[in-house]
Structures are given as C-alpha cells and as structure tokens.
Design a protein. Structure first.
Length: 298
C-alpha cells in the first residue's frame, strides 16, 4: 500500500490554447473568461479540477487504477469520483452510511467521522480536493483537501474573437423552404499561454489519506488531461511546462511566493501578438533554498 504524503509541494503549470475557448463565462454569452480591468484571460480552478476528475475516470475505466470493490477488505484506497456529471451527491454520501451501518439522519460526531473516512477512501477527488458533505440525511462533514489550485491567468492580454458560423442542414421543413440558414457564434482566443499555481499540503494529506500514488496520478493528469478533453470549442490545448517544488519537510522549507517568483515567462517579440508557444521563453532560476528540490516534470 502506498504511503501517505509526507512532503509539502508547490507547482506551476503552463498550458496554452490556440483558436479555442478554454473556459467560457455563462454570464457573458460563454465568451472566454477575462479580467475586465486588465484584459488578461482567466481559467477557473473548477474547470481544471473537472479535467483531472475526467482523466481519473478514464484511468479507472482502462484498469490503471482500481474502482471501488466492496469485497476488498485490505484497506487500500480506490479511485471512484464523487463529483460526476449528473450525480446526486447525497446519494453518494448514502453509500457511506449503508456501508458503515449508520442510520439515516444520525448527526453524531463519531458517525460522521466514520462516514467521512469511507468517503475519503473510496473517492479520489475527495481525498485530493476535499468536499462539503454536511447536507441532507447523510452528513459526512467537510473535508479540506491537500491539493488547492489558483485561477489560471494568461501571460498577456487576450483577444476575444467572435466568429459567425452557419449550418447547411435544416431543423424543420419550414426552414428548408426558406433561404435563411441557422446562424451561430463561436468565441475563440487566437492564442494565449496560461499559468496556474498550486499547493499540496502534507498536513491535509494526512487527514484525507492522500498518498504518493495519488500524487503521481494528479501530476500525470496535469500533463495529459488536455489530450483526453478535445472538442471543437476548445481548439488546440496542451500542457507545456510543469514545474514542481518539493520540500524536505511536511511544513515546508521556503515561502511559496518566493518559489513561484523563480519561474517567469517572457514574450520574445512584444511588437507582435503571441501566436505560438515558441513566442515565449520560460526562465527557471534553479537556485533553490535549503530543503527545496526543483523538479521539472514537463
């Protein structure tokens, strides 16, 4: 069985988009999210966590990681996903009450702790990101996950472009008789490089049972998640650089802000808008404080 994580980490992921919408804003007609004061693009942490969840489900489907097996009494961790499309979360929590023989609506501290332990053991995304499960008849408390992500931000101002599209087929015969065709809109960014920063707490890993195997899966997801999330709307997206700072102690050996400052991205030709990853230079200062190891994973 893999050991529970005992080191603090921080990480930086650079990813880019070409002729696509990395994260639409429903309050703005699904246009790419943008900071209105600066014009810099934004991708939410929730968007990125969804891709990690989807990648994990794919790994389970193809047998790389284990789906929950009720007959397995070894105490090992499983890789089911709590927040899935269309899931009723209270029904997910009911699984813990049924498995542990806890009566519905029981709100005792010990019962909630037992149910919470079951949920962390079964569901990878709870062990990783945490969850609020203190609702309904099957309360499992609130879990604070060891992995936390900031919003991703573009390295330069983005240009949001609206493109008109048409559909040649008709929905109804009445529409066929007309010369008019259905018109639509696509919102894209011609190119943008995004940077997201994240934190992994050994303290909270101890609370949820987040292991070294869980850590490996998470970073594998950051590297490969865009290859399994293709759509015409998102264009061409790819993870470009993934840099990790490993501390030798659970509480850490240096400030996260100082470590993040050691990695910068520079646009080489500022007279032209960026159109590819090669338009940037990523610089990494390899001079680390004592007790911190720099690991370039991508």
């Amino acid at each position: 069985m893999s050991e529970v994580l005992n080191n603090r980490y921080e990480f930086i992921l650079y990813f880019d988009v070409e002729n696509g919408n990395p994260n639409g804003d429903p309050d703005a007609g699904n246009m790419p999210r943008v900071d209105p004061q600066t014009g810099y693009g934004i991708v939410t942490d929730v968007c990125l966590k969804r891709k990690v969840r989807n990648y994990t489900e794919l790994q389970v489907k193809y047998g790389q990681y284990s789906k929950f097996d009720e007959s397995d009494k070894s105490g090992k961790q499983f890789y089911d996903i709590y927040v899935t499309e269309g899931a009723v979360l209270n029904n997910q929590q009911k699984l813990a009450y049924d498995a542990e023989g806890i009566p519905p609506k029981e709100d005792k501290k010990d019962s909630k702790a037992k149910a919470q332990k079951y949920m962390c053991r079964r569901f990878y995304d709870i062990r990783t990101f945490g969850a609020v499960m203190d609702t309904g008849d099957y309360k499992c408390g609130q879990v604070r996950g060891p992995v936390q992500l900031c919003f991703a931000k573009s390295q330069d101002r983005i240009f949001q472009r609206e493109i008109t599209i048409t559909r040649m087929a008709s929905t109804t015969e009445k529409e066929t008789a007309s010369e008019n065709r259905t018109m639509g809109r696509k919102h894209i960014i011609p190119y943008a490089l995004y940077r997201v920063e994240g934190f992994i707490s050994a303290k909270f890993a101890q609370n949820t049972g987040f292991t070294e195997d869980d850590l490996k899966l998470f970073f594998d997801a950051l590297k490969d998640m865009f290859d399994h999330d293709r759509s015409a709307a998102r264009g061409k997206m790819a993870s470009r650089r993934l840099i990790r700072f490993k501390h030798s102690s659970p509480i850490g050996n240096a400030s996260a802000v100082d470590l993040f400052g050691k990695v910068t991205a520079e646009l080489l030709d500022k007279s032209q808008p960026p159109r590819s990853f090669s338009d940037y230079r990523i610089t990494v200062n390899t001079d680390m404080p004592p007790g911190v190891e720099l690991q370039e994973l991508l």
